[in-house]
Write a protein that binds this ligand. Structure first.
Ligand code: C5P
Length: 310
């Protein structure tokens, strides 16, 4: 059964962005193993590309290329495959299958929700491939079943996330922000960073402070105020597990960044620059020091997972 939108041989392609957390307040772990969050997400211009095309019913495959592709599972453990299977199980009654191709640029297990971006991309792409006409909020609720960050990776832009980070409200953000990212050679496990957070914070609060400083800075388009307001409760846990991150953060600050923060559970570090020129300078200097695997310059906010139309 071929969709009128996508004949059997044609790829449906989606571009999905990475995210950083401008604020990440974390509360005491709940019995379900998740932590309550009050977080401000921003999508940034580092993109994975997810392509899907028809495969035999019940057949789901994935091929991953690009940066760190060897660190991504290429079977049913891949979150994009789970996303396709979830939609197929719900709508397909055994009719659907998908061949998935992912080209990676977002760091793997880097604190930028790259796996969640791929799942978001697969949800959107399969919904178009199979002509399902799934509403955006319905796709987001499928996303929430796959992972806490998937709903934001569908939505993109700038948003306040509460609950597990999956209850979203768009946040007004003026202007475009210039970021320099220091990418790490190896990964940090998100559950392990949360466990270290628990050990470091036996009295973590039930009620979380709202990240008002960050939201006010965004409304005002004030990069300097945003740099001062950046906050990540997981940062002490991430730096305890990877002490070299402290030096990277300090170096970026010494080189003139308006703010420096570990992205999510890390180990990617994000530096806010005054403008594009300052971001170029900072990225050149950080690269030359050889403290990290790679340095990338990005801007935010950008859209979340979106169809690539040719
Ligand atoms: O939802 P997702 O599978 O992406 O989360 C990965 C892990 O991160 C969870 O298993 C949990 O250990 C941790 N996590 C958490 N609290 C959240 C989000 C994630 O403890 N709000």
């Amino acid at each position: 059964m071929a969709s009128p939108l996508a004949p059997e041989t044609e790829w449906v392609r989606v571009r999905a962005s990475g995210k950083i957390n401008l604020a990440l307040r974390v509360g005491a772990v709940r019995p379900n193993g998740y932590h309550p969050l009050a977080t401000v997400f921003q999508s940034v211009s580092l993109f994975d590309e997810i392509g899907v095309r028809w495969a035999d019913p019940g057949c789901f495959t994935v091929k991953v290329t690009g940066e760190q592709a060897d660190q991504v599972p290429q079977d049913e453990r891949n979150l994009a495959v789970k996303a396709a299977q979830l939609l197929a199980d719900h709508y397909g009654a055994g009719r659907f299958g998908a061949e998935i191709a992912i080209r990676k640029t977002i760091p793997v297990a880097g604190g930028m929700a790259g796996g969640s971006a791929d799942a978001a991309g697969a949800l959107l792409a399969c919904s178009v491939l199979w002509d399902l006409d799934t509403a955006p909020d319905e796709l987001r609720s499928f996303g929430a079943r796959l992972g806490a960050d998937v709903p934001f990776q569908l939505m993109g832009g700038t948003a306040l996330g509460t609950g597990r980070g999956d209850e979203l409200v768009p946040v007004l953000s003026r202007g475009s922000y210039h970021w320099v990212l220091a990418l790490s050679a190896d990964e940090l496990s998100t559950p392990a960073v949360f466990r270290r957070f628990d050990a470091l914070n036996p009295d973590a609060p039930e009620d979380l402070p709202m990240p008002n400083d960050v939201m006010n800075a965004l409304v005002g388009g004030d990069a300097a105020a945003l740099g001062d307001a950046l906050v990540n409760d997981l940062e002490p846990a991430a730096t305890a597990m990877r002490p070299s991150l402290t030096r990277i953060l300090e170096t970026g600050t010494d080189l003139g960044a308006l703010g420096a923060i570990v992205s999510g559970a890390g180990p990617t570090c994000a530096f806010l620059a005054t403008n594009e020129e300052a971001a170029v300078d900072l990225s050149v200097q950080l690269s030359s020091l050889g403290l990290c695997r790679a340095v990338r310059r990005v801007t935010g906010p950008v859209p979340g997972a979106r169809l690539i139309t040719t």
